[in-house]
Ligand binder design. Structure first.
Ligand SMILES: NC(=O)c1ccc[n+]([C@@H]2O[C@H](COP(=O)([O-])OP(=O)(O)OC[C@H]3O[C@@H](n4cnc5c(N)ncnc54)[C@H](O)[C@@H]3O)[C@@H](O)[C@H]2O)c1
Ligand SMILES: [Zn+2]
Length: 366
């Protein structure tokens, strides 16, 4: 069991990662919240609830009121938020109510946003159930939903009271989801943690084989990295931008494939390959570092085949949220374990990097 402290200027809370947390959830929540209020809500999805509700409920004297969000990015909308808010109001929710978000990143983002705005804000707890949600989306307080015009365009910063990441939950996750989530840990290592890079190189078989000790190590290191960055820059005015390594091209790939064929982490995997290429060209990493890191990304693959033209990918980077006032921001690794933001990446450089990556992606094994 590992406890990582998040201390932003607005909130302080613990992220606990380890096995066996789910069956002791209620007392753990009481320890951070005080006595449970009259109305406790749990937002989840039907497939997750079918697998895990028994263990989830085992520590509660009074079962929380279950609310459901259908799985899929297409339900991460304001319409879903309104529906959930109305269900909470109808069930007698008030300013003292507590919400538990029990699911992957979609449930976490929607649940956090609902908690941010119900009665102008109620406390909430994150109980992430996917690898991605455990290492990334449940930590840091970014909540929100999509608009037809783009992903995550509406939201709020609302930090949870605590995050409980039970590694046992990953036992029912598909291999594809696990591998995709691991790309965020690869990212964490490359930008901030050389020891994590080495561990992931040396222990890939145990990690992919879901050895609990190996998973706990990777998850805790990834959370520690994110917490460290968020502690210094909660609102993404500077340092937090480095978390977007691999995401400029990654988001472009998600957009160019209409969010259908790629999981987020898979898009980030390909995005990191393109960014590594650009970094090698600029000399912020050496050729041998490039070879090592490219190999690491593929170690946690296979990444899916992509049939796209580089120009289309470059065009799709235009809409990136990190671009403020038309500046194209790009995160480049500096050696292994450090990264920086550059603003002068030219379309030609980007096209060359996307071209390099797309040659591989066109003949990928997945
Ligand atoms: N807030 C942030 O800082 C942040 C960061 C990264 C990503 N995100 C968001 O996270 C979302 C993606 O999250 P995700 O990758 O967790 O996807 P997801 O929430 O869609 O979950 C993936 C799938 O796995 C299923 N599932 C969840 N837990 C399971 C379990 N234990 N066993 C079996 N199946 C399970 C879900 O029902 C779903 O079908 C995106 O909307 C993205 O924008 C947010
Ligand atoms: Zn990501």
């Amino acid at each position: 069991m590992q406890t990582i402290r998040v201390e932003t200027s607005s909130e302080k809370y613990n992220v606990v990662a380890g096995s066996g947390l789910l069956q002791s959830l209620a007392p753990r929540i009481e320890r951070v919240h005080g006595k449970l209020p009259r109305r406790v809500f749990v937002l989840t999805s039907a497939p997750i609830w079918a697998l895990w509700s028994e263990r989830f409920l085992s520590s509660f004297a009074e079962p929380p009121i279950a609310l459901f969000l259908p799985p899929g990015e297409e339900h991460k909308t304001l319409a879903s938020v309104e529906k959930l808010l109305r269900q909470m109001a109808q069930a007698g929710g008030d300013r003292g109510s507590l919400l538990i978000a029990f699911g992957g990143g979609i449930v976490g983002d929607v649940g956090g946003f609902v908690a941010a705005i119900f009665m102008r804000g109620i406390p909430y707890i994150q109980v992430p159930t996917t690898f991605l949600a455990q290492v990334d989306s449940s930590v840091g307080g970014k909540t929100g939903v999509n608009l037809p015009e783009g992903k995550n365009l509406v939201g709020s910063f609302h930090q949870p009271l605590a995050v409980f990441a039970d590694i046992g939950l990953l036992g029912t996750l598909s291999d594809r989801e696990l591998r995709a989530g691991l790309m965020e840990s690869v990212k964490a290592g490359i930008i901030r943690d050389r020891a994590l890079v080495r561990f992931m190189e040396e222990h890939a078989a145990e990690v992919l084989g879901r050895n609990p000790k190996a998973l706990e190590k990777v998850i805790a290191a990834s959370i520690r990295m994110k917490a460290g960055v968020v502690n210094q820059d909660e609102r993404e005015s500077g340092l937090r931008m480095i978390l977007n390594f691999g995401h400029t091209v990654g988001h472009a790939l998600e957009q160019a494939t209409s969010y259908k064929s790629l999981l987020h982490g898979e898009a980030i995997g390909w995005g990191m390959i393109a960014a590594l290429h650009l970094a090698r060209r600029r000399g912020t990493i050496s050729s041998s570092q490039f070879d090592r890191l490219e190999k690491l990304v593929h170690l946690y693959g296979p990444l899916p085949v992509l049939k796209l033209r580089p120009a289309k990918v470059v065009a799709a980077t235009g809409g990136d949220k990190k671009n403020i006032g038309g500046v194209r921001r790009f995160i480049l690794p500096i050696g292994i374990g450090d990264a920086g933001v550059v603003e002068d990446v030219t379309p030609a450089e980007l096209e060359a990097a996307a071209g390099y990556m797309l040659v591989q992606a066109g003949r990928s094994q997945a």
